[in-house]
Design a protein around this ligand. Structure first.
Ligand code: SF4
Length: 78
């Protein structure tokens, strides 16, 4: 399944467009990061890593998840 990645220097937001139900919760919660009219529509550099992690946990469909980078290791959260 197509997964797009948006990196802020610490974490990567993963977004699966076919899973997204367009609830708009991400846009309401962090409008400085999620702007459907902009390209790219996700700009993770506009929030802290903790704000991003908190917001991704609110996505009702699971379209958003976090890929954290610990040195050489990658850990994928859902
Ligand atoms: S919160 Fe999740 S399901 Fe809702 S619009 Fe954002 S990515 Fe899509």
């Amino acid at each position: 399944m197509e997964t797009l990645e948006y990196f802020n220097g610490e974490v990567t937001i993963l977004w699966k467009p076919k899973v997204c139900i367009h609830s708009g919760i991400c846009v309401k919660t962090l409008p400085q990061v999620y702007n459907p009219k902009a390209r790219p529509w996700i700009r993770p550099e506009n929030a802290t890593t903790q704000e991003i992690i908190n917001q991704v946990a609110m996505c009702p469909s699971g379209a958003l998840s976090i890929k954290e980078h610990y040195g050489e290791n990658l850990q994928v959260w859902c």
